[in-house]
Design a protein around this ligand. Structure first.
Ligand code: ARG
Length: 459
């Protein structure tokens, strides 16, 4: 039998393979609530503009609520023959209310319908990611606050560089996730134009009121160009690229947690609730959640590349290629939300090992820069020369297998006569971090100022 939506022109129904490649109901049923909200707004507008009667619109709006409750209750039969969520909902509405259902599609096409539904779905996801990011940032702030002045090594090249504070390191992630938050909000503000009423591509000759449907659905305004409205998927791509950058941040943080929880570092212990054991090695406590978060960037960035590739060659306006947008976004959204929640839980539950952090902070000649800076300040040495003198001292300590503060004053003076006993004051890690009071630096007072600022932002 030919299709009930366009059967007029068709003598034969689709091949089974055609139906299989064409149907999107397997995944776009996730947009049922958005589809019904869009149709209810459209029906109300059709009545307000006298395109359909009030009683027909009322029947549509009521019937659509029934369809929604059937879907939510899980007793709706989705049909592959009906292709997608739009036609499944409309066909059921026809069963429920009869003839008026056929008037719902006046002045509308599935092209503006799907763009509207998908935007509503992505908008909800942006809001969900917004909330999850804030929760993670709050967990980081709590960690930062409890260890604002705990010392730990700061690294470059994963080699000991200079001492930093635990609070400072936690707050670095707050900055990163803070940028993710602002990207999510930018994307939401930019995407919030309503495609509904663009119809197939050219607009419609019915006297529709696009301002009304836009308002009804929480959009700031209707989109201004009907061709663009139905062929735009920038909102999905912006979601995916913001999600990719966020997932990259999560992955970097996860990598640090994997390193930090190792027996060789012991900077943190992860809670049992976010770890797994080994079936053969009884001592093992593995950071699986961190590893999986680290891996999620793969599929999320993959989705971004996939949709970008789908879109890049499409002539205006709608092409069926665009149906491939949803699974990528759904998968990326699900996995980003999971990764954010897992990271929040890990951060909330982990405990920083203060003695290990402090011991590591002082090893690896981490205060060599403080020594060089001291030579500049006290002996008025050019920094390049101070660097050289300090390097000689480091080599001496390395040779003796001791740390810098373990060298005697005589040993140090043999390298440069300007060195006095005061030098030992700057070789301590607490002194080192306390001295870095420049704006944004690692000094506990600076860290506390940033914690206070972010608390206000997130309040
Ligand atoms: N299922 C389709 C999609 O996801 C809906 C739009 C179909 N439009 C059309 N002209 N065939 O894109």
């Amino acid at each position: 039998t030919s299709n009930q939506m366009w059967g007029g022109r068709f003598a034969a129904g689709p091949d089974a393979i055609m139906e299989a490649i064409n149907a999107s109901i397997g995944f776009d049923q996730r947009m049922a609530a958005q589809d019904i909200a869009g149709s209810r707004a459209h029906a109300a507008m059709l009545a307000a503009t006298s395109i359909v009667s009030d009683s027909d619109a009322e029947a549509m709006r009521e019937g659509l609520l029934t369809v929604l409750s059937e879907i939510e209750a899980g007793n709706f039969e989705f049909s592959t023959a009906l292709e997608d969520i739009h036609m499944n909902v409309e066909a059921r509405l026809k069963e429920l209310i009869g003839e008026p259902a056929g008037r719902l599609h006046t002045g509308r096409s599935r092209n503006d319908q799907v763009a509207t539904d998908f935007k509503l779905w992505v908008r909800d996801q942006l809001d969900a990611v917004d909330g999850a990011l804030q929760a993670l940032m709050k967990a980081l702030l709590t960690q930062a606050e409890s260890g604002a002045d705990w010392v730990m090594p700061g690294f470059t090249h994963l080699q000991t560089a200079q001492p930093v504070t635990w609070g400072h390191h936690m707050m670095a992630y707050v900055e990163m996730f803070g940028r993710d938050l602002s990207r999510v909000r930018d994307a939401r503000a930019r995407m919030n134009e309503c495609p509904l009423g663009a119809a197939a591509l050219a607009g419609t000759s019915f006297p529709i009121d696009r301002e009304m449907t836009a308002r009804e659905l929480g959009f700031d305004r209707p989109s201004a160009n009907s061709l663009d409205a139905v062929s735009d998927r920038d909102f999905a791509l912006e979601f995916l690229s913001a999600a990719s950058i966020c997932a990259m941040h999560l992955s970097r943080m996860a990598e640090e947690l994997v390193i930090w929880s190792s027996a060789q570092f012991r900077f943190v212990s992860l809670s049992d609730r976010f770890s797994t054991g080994s079936s053969i090695m009884p001592q093992k406590k593995n950071p699986d959640a961190a590893e999986l978060i680290r891996a999620k960037i793969g599929r999320i960035f993959g989705a971004n590349v996939a949709l970008m590739t789908v879109m890049k060659g499409l002539p205006l306006a709608y092409s069926k290629d665009m149906q491939e947008d949803k699974e990528q976004v759904f998968d990326a959204a699900d996995n980003l939300m999971l990764a954010l929640a897992a990271m929040e839980g890990m951060v909330r539950d982990m405990s920083a090992n203060r003695p290990s952090l402090e011991a590591a902070a002082g090893s690896g000649f981490s205060t060599a820069t403080d020594l060089a800076d001291w030579l500049v300040r006290v002996a008025d040495m050019p920094f390049r020369e101070a660097h050289h003198v300090t390097g000689t001292l480091v080599a001496m300590a390395e040779e003796a297998v001791v740390d810098l503060p373990d060298l005697s004053l005589e040993q140090m003076q043999s390298v440069h006569s300007a060195i006095t006993d005061d030098i030992f004051g700057v070789l301590g890690v607490h002194n080192s971090v306390a001295s870095r009071t420049s704006y944004g630096g690692t000094a506990p007072e600076q860290v506390r100022a940033q914690i206070a600022r972010w608390k206000e932002v997130l309040a």
